[in-house]
Design a protein. Structure first.
Length: 481
């Protein structure tokens, strides 16, 4: 039976390796785990349903906000963009990111538009004028981080080099932080509404939430959210990485130091020793509190204490909050080693009985969870390297075809936990870092024996890997022994 499954998977992979077939159907996911295939197919159909018309005034776009608004929101786009890229929505991502970057302005205290609709206007649900609008302060850092991830995935340097993006980066890490009083030592002392309209109307959400210091919108009297601290850390670190890519090493080191200052404040000020968890907000009454928000500590990868990470992860995994939060879980749980739990959430989010599963983030989160999570697909445009690792404890096989990344297209099949095949169906070569969990002594690459290297992941699991260049039109088969 196992041999038959292996042969079936291999034959299927060889079949879908033909470029013309793959292009007809877009991204294809196949596996002997039929429940995952069903979830992926539902997610693909649902996500593409939210693709906007190219003839819309805003240009290419996809729904990433409450569906009745026909709009896309900064937080949602930052989360959905990799799933969208997997689905072939490259033009949409490019256009939407450009709009967010280009609309940062001094009159809005270096905010952009929180939400833009298909008519090319700031959504009236969140915007009245440059003095009165809704805006969540983590958004600038989320978009900065997302643009970097888009560059790493696609190899399109536009996301970090285009003038609008460079301006967005510079204003976000300097003027935006100053305008909203977000220096590391100001986070627990900052005023409630640093840039409130005058006269101020507390009952008007466009006054009260013009610079909401968290993504958690249900907390009243909020001074700072832990998710904002994590976003600041990730924003500074991302900018440091961008500067490093451009050879500006001295300035990069400065922003690396700034990033660590935020992370140190998060660990020193926000950990609740008694409850063994992080506080999620600090109020204008100078009181810490706990509600939702821990998800973003993981999303921005701001936690480095292994014990605290594991406690946070287990609590998040056990918390069935709103679907917006849960849509992050498949990718995050795979990333942090909770593979079976990640699979459970993919099935849960795609289940017809799950409330509000039609929210756009859900389907995009499932797509990302399968491809970047389960299949372990990790491109890095800096070195033109594609890392892959199969994250499962089961004997199932899995394959994706017609996946675009690093300016080329690939088909990838994980035949088992110790064998993977990749085909470069595009026009650019890349280095394949083929990783496998476990300690193996040697690898077979297309019939030739190769040396194996070892490393460990963040959960201290041993990984064996080999690296090889995959030229256009070539297929590489790697098996560990």
């Amino acid at each position: 039976m196992v041999l038959l499954k292996y042969k079936a998977a291999l034959l299927l992979f060889l079949f879908i390796g033909y470029k013309t077939i793959a292009q007809e159907k877009g991204i294809i996911f196949t596996s002997s785990d039929k429940e995952l295939v069903q979830s992926f197919n539902w997610a693909k159909e649902t996500a593409l349903h939210y693709k906007g018309a190219d003839t819309d005034a805003v240009g290419p776009w996809y729904e990433s906000a409450l569906p009745p608004r026909s709009a896309f929101c900064m937080r949602d786009v930052s989360h959905q963009c990799i799933g969208a890229e997997i689905l072939g929505l490259s033009r949409q991502n490019n256009n939407m990111f450009n709009l967010f970057a280009a609309n940062i302005s001094q009159s809005k205290n270096w905010c952009s538009y929180w939400e833009i609709n298909k008519w090319g206007k700031p959504a009236p649900d969140d915007y009245r004028n440059d003095q009165e609008f809704w805006y969540n302060l983590p958004a600038n850092f989320d978009i900065l981080y997302a643009s970097w991830r888009m560059y790493l995935w696609t190899g399109d340097s536009h996301y970090i080099d285009a003038p609008a993006f460079v301006n967005f980066q510079q204003k976000t890490v300097k003027e935006y932080i100053d305008a909203w009083v977000l220096a590391p030592d100001s986070l627990l002392k900052r005023p409630a509404h640093p840039n409130a309209p005058v006269p101020y109307n507390e009952s008007d959400s466009f006054h009260r939430c013009r610079g909401l210091p968290s993504y958690s919108e249900g907390v009243q009297n909020l001074k700072t959210g832990a998710d904002l601290v994590a976003a600041l850390y990730r924003g500074m670190l991302t900018y440091s990485e961008i500067l490093t890519t451009k050879g500006k090493l001295k300035e990069a080191a400065l922003y690396e130091q700034k990033a660590q200052q935020y992370r140190k404040r998060l660990e020193a000020d926000w950990w609740n020793e008694k409850n063994n968890q992080y506080y999620t907000y600090y109020s204008n009454n100078n009181q810490f509190g706990m509600q939702e928000g821990e998800t973003f500590l993981l999303w921005f990868d701001a936690l480095k204490d292994t014990v605290r990470v594991n406690k946070t992860l287990k609590r998040v995994a056990a918390s069935k909050l709103n679907v917006e939060n849960m849509s992050y879980y498949p990718y995050l749980l795979y990333k942090f080693g909770e593979w079976e739990k990640a699979r459970e959430y993919i099935l849960l989010l795609s289940n017809p009985s799950t409330a509000r599963r039609e929210y756009p983030e859900v389907s995009y989160g499932v797509i990302e969870g399968v491809v970047q999570g389960l299949m372990g697909v990790t491109p890095d445009a800096r070195t033109k390297t594609l890392g892959t690792i199969y994250k499962t404890n089961s004997a199932a096989n899995a394959a994706v075809s017609n996946l675009s990344l690093l300016n080329t297209n690939i088909n990838l099949a994980h035949i088992s936990r110790q064998q993977s095949i990749i085909a470069n169906t595009g026009k650019r070569s890349f280095k394949w870092k083929a990783m496998f969990y476990g300690s193996f002594k040697r690898a077979n690459i297309n019939g030739n024996t190769a040396m194996v290297k070892n490393e460990t992941d963040d959960q201290h699991r041993v990984i064996s890997f080999v690296e090889t260049t995959v030229m256009p039109g070539r297929k590489v088969n790697i098996k560990m022994y």
